[in-house]
Design a protein around this ligand. Structure first.
Ligand code: ADP
Ligand code: ZN
Length: 527
């Protein structure tokens, strides 16, 4: 009888423990490691923070030869190499900052079999010099990190990744593992096709983060709302507040400090030393808030971030998922909270339309923004909507998002939408929401008189609804793409092609009713 201990029975587990100090595998890690160690190709789809690195690092140690890791970002390579070296693994990275001397040393180490992993950018890997070297040394595997960079459909497209398709032909016996955190079905297919991974086994992990509670709330007064959220739900907790502009970041951080919540700013306008210091403090101290633009968070691994708050709408669902995903890495309850309003939609649309990007790229980005807006206005389970976007089907509502906890009221907005749309049309498709609401509510302002809008048939047609309700409706019409925001920078609205059936009354419209504003709790008078 073989009296092996569990440890010695599985060399992968032994290494996992000895080198990385972990007791067990997470999710599908174990299976992936075994598959690749046995020489199989793999496509790994795992959310950020899921533990992708081990999936190639362990096979790299288990197989003879050097593992070649392709990565697009120098900073990420250097982090990885540093961490591996600390764990006693022989790793190096080759990038454009390497001098000739360093390059020679690393090449020599590879020849002598003295390296377990070498990280490099794809263009380095494809140089004739590197290709020749690789023909002469045993290779453990090729790992292609951030594999979605090969997809032209995606937002991170890197042309150099396309050349990686030849690895398969040149090194048919070397297993390849492609890894990514962003891949809808379409991108996945593109990765498979472009990298010749038809035979690869696909390991698709769930993107669900069940301990994160998703909440989206219409904006009234962002500061008040944020403050109430922080004080009632996360007093003393560490968290991240995201804003779009540097100025807003600075203002918010200052304001939080003045209210007694320690907060640090983080954005690309601060010098590197300050950024580094603020990031370090956030990681080491307890209960700090970082107010940041999206520049914050890459490579942050703080397990006890209890909340992520968005004061501005993220550009896409991908961004939203990544940013909210920094909450609750420890598995304990955490909140992803966001306020959003019409101005977000207008700002983002305008930023997009005025950007230098090509038409095809803009179309993709517009599509992404639309998905983000649809998520905000979604009337059913947020988690189902979020996961659905990534091609994952959550069979039951989650019970841990705002719409599950407090089902939203919907109402038949068909008639009101027709009135709103005709107000846009009758006033000449050039006015912003404030004026349109005045017209609908029948307010004879100077502006209304100046343009003679009090003589229009729609004037006063919407007196039965409050101004706030009309503003909500306009936000939703824009979010649904029925109304477009003008490019002139003044937020004028015009009709989109899509609104015709609604305008003609052929398409009913059911929308979410914004929750009533939480009333400030009145203190009971003490006699
Ligand atoms: P990804 O590349 O998918 O974003 P990483 O490989 O950087 O994720 O891993 C994220 C974090 O999880 C790291 O801090 C890593 O040390 C940790 N981790 C990965 N696998 C395990 C495991 N099996 N047990 C405990 N911690 C793990
Ligand atoms: Zn839900």
């Amino acid at each position: 009888v073989d009296h092996c201990t569990a440890e010695s029975a599985d060399p992968a587990l032994t290494l996992l423990h000895r080198v990385f100090g972990f007791r067990g595998f997470r999710g599908q890690q174990g299976e992936i490691v075994r598959h690749v160690s046995d020489g199989g190709d793999a496509l790994v789809l795992m959310p950020t923070g899921g533990g992708k690195s081990l999936c190639y690092q362990l096979p790299a140690l288990l197989r003879p030869g050097v593992a070649i890791v392709v990565s697009p970002l120098i900073a990420l390579m250097q982090d990885q190499v540093r961490a591996l070296s600390q764990a006693g693994v022989r790793a190096a990275s080759l990038n454009s900052t390497c001098g000739l001397e360093e390059l020679r040393t690393i090449e020599q180490d590879m020849r002598r079999g003295e390296l377990d992993l070498v990280y490099m950018a794809p263009e380095r890997l494809m140089t004739p010099r590197m290709q020749e070297l690789l023909q002469q040394v045993p290779i453990a595997l090729f790992a292609i990190d951030e594999a979605h960079c090969v997809s032209q459909w995606g937002h991170d497209f890197r042309p150099e990744y396309l050349q990686l398709s030849v690895l398969h032909e040149r090194f048919p016996r070397v297993p390849r593992i492609a890894l990514t955190a962003t891949a809808d079905a379409r991108t996945r297919q593109e990765i498979v096709r472009r990298l010749g991974l038809d035979e690869a086994r696909q390991f698709l992990s769930s993107f669900d983060r069940p301990n994160i509670r998703y909440r989206v709330t219409p904006r009234r007064n962002a500061r008040d709302q944020l403050w109430r959220f922080l004080e009632t739900e996360h007093p003393g907790d560490a968290g991240i507040v995201y804003c779009l502009s540097r100025r807003k970041v600075d203002d918010m951080a200052e304001w939080l400090n003045s209210k007694g919540r320690p907060a640090l700013p983080y954005h690309a306008g601060l010098d590197a030393a300050t950024r580094q210091r603020n990031q370090q403090r956030f990681i080491e101290e307890e209960g700090l808030i970082v107010v940041a633009t999206i520049a914050f968070g890459m490579g942050i691994d703080k397990p006890d971030v209890r909340f992520v708050a968005h004061l501005d709408l993220p550009r896409s669902m991908e961004a939203y998922y990544q940013e909210t995903g920094r909450a609750g890495r420890d598995g304990l309850p955490a909140t992803a909270w966001m306020t959003y309003g019409l101005q977000d939609v207008i700002t983002l649309r305008q930023m997009l339309d005025s950007s230098e990007a090509g038409e095809a790229h803009k179309r993709v980005e517009r599509h992404r923004l639309e998905a983000m807006l649809a998520f905000c206005e979604h009337t059913a389970c947020r988690r189902q909507s979020l996961l659905g976007y990534f091609g994952e089907d959550l069979p039951e509502p989650c019970g841990n998002c705002d719409t599950c906890l407090e089902p939203v009221e919907t109402w038949d907005a068909t008639e009101a939408a027709r009135k709103a749309l005709s107000a846009v049309y009758r006033t000449g498709q050039m006015f912003g929401v404030a004026h349109l609401v005045d017209v609908l509510r029948g307010r004879e302002t100077d502006r209304v008189r100046q343009f003679g809008h009090h003589r229009l048939s729609v004037f006063g047609l919407g007196a039965d609804m409050e101004a706030g309700q009309w503003r909500t409706l306009f936000r939703q019409l824009v979010a649904l793409g029925l109304v477009e925001v003008d490019l002139d920078g003044y937020g004028g609205l015009r009709l989109a092609e899509r609104c015709r059936p609604v305008l003609r009354g052929e398409q009913p419209l059911h929308l979410r009713r914004d929750p009533a504003p939480a009333r400030a709790r009145r203190k009971r008078a003490v006699p």
